[in-house]
Design a protein around this ligand. Structure first.
Ligand SMILES: C[S@@+](CC[C@H](N)C(=O)[O-])C[C@H]1O[C@@H](n2cnc3c(N)ncnc32)[C@H](O)[C@@H]1O
Length: 273
């Protein structure tokens, strides 16, 4: 039986963790939604599914003003942070709400743009979320998604193999128990767009900017360590002593000036006919 803690019916391991919210909130529209930006025009109405603490959403709201931007996330803490960020930035065209994407219902044909950014990888039924995006878009509307593609990850530096081992076990957990993030979903993203009915697809491989910082990666590992990651490793045959050693090795990797973290992603955009 799984001991992974999840909020709602999601595989998102970090739940309400403030460190994870802080790390992901360094993401920006310019770096993390680069494929989408050239297609945006002021006045467009956008929905950001699984918006987290809102740094990308607020960036989008700035570009689309006076167009309305809605951000949904299941984490109350993230939504509070997102609201504070919007207020601080003086944005009056963005609204944030707590919602589980597995249950969210939206009026049909009501948005020009929709986006998922590192969110589909945490859903047990990404197809359902893609259908929600499709139905909520107006004809001619556009969906953007950017998701992890772990097959393209590489790391350098002392103990670089320890972080790769950790990531491999995390993916095995998803493959066998269907819990934890699906770090390979980026490789299926084009297919998910096609299946949902999107056309004129464009895709771009990229590396996550925030996860290029080994210290940020280690902060995420540490944040989920005692609640979830350690249990996952043990479930996959790594004994308690080796687990503790593995965390130490990852922290040494994170601190070294010689370390490189390359976390691959696949970004796709497509249009509703
Ligand atoms: C890695 S963060 C990404 C946040 C933001 N989109 C970004 O790119 O910076 C994943 C987010 O997905 C949210 N999430 C996961 N499963 C969800 C669900 N079922 N419903 C709503 N939000 C969910 C989490 O709460 C978390 O804020």
């Amino acid at each position: 039986m799984s001991t992974v803690k999840t909020v709602a019916d999601s595989n998102y391991i970090h739940g309400e963790d403030a460190t994870a919210q802080q790390v992901y909130n360094q993401r920006t529209v310019e770096q993390d939604a680069a494929l989408l930006v050239p297609h945006l025009r002021p006045g467009m109405r956008l929905v950001d599914f699984g918006c987290g603490a809102g740094s990308i959403t607020c960036g989008l709201a700035r570009l689309l003003a006076p167009g309305e931007v809605l951000g949904f996330d299941m984490s109350e803490g993230a939504i509070e942070r997102a609201r504070a960020l919007a207020e601080e930035a003086g944005l009056d065209n963005v609204r944030f709400s707590v919602a589980d994407l597995n249950e969210l219902e939206l009026p049909t044909a009501s948005f020009d743009v929709a986006q998922f950014s590192r969110v589909l990888m945490h859903l047990r039924e990404p197809q359902r979320a893609m259908q929600l995006a499709f139905s909520s878009l107006k004809p001619g509307g556009m969906l953007a998604a950017c998701e992890a593609y772990g097959s393209g990850n590489w790391t350098l530096g002392p103990n670089a193999e320890s972080i790769m081992l950790f990531l491999r076990v995390l993916q095995e957990e998803n493959n066998t128990n269907r819990t934890g993030p699906d770090q390979l979903i980026g490789g299926r993203l084009v297919g998910l767009f096609r299946e949902a009915g999107f056309i004129r697809l464009e895709s771009k491989p990229c590396y996550s900017a925030v996860l290029s910082d080994s210290k940020a990666v280690a902060a995420l590992v540490q944040a989920g360590w005692s609640d979830t990651f350690r249990q996952i490793l043990i479930r996959h045959g790594i004994n308690a002593q080796r687990c503790d050693q593995l965390l130490e090795e990852i922290l040494i990797w994170a601190e070294s000036e010689d370390s490189v973290a390359a976390f691959a992603e696949c970004a796709v955009i497509g249009w509703k006919p």
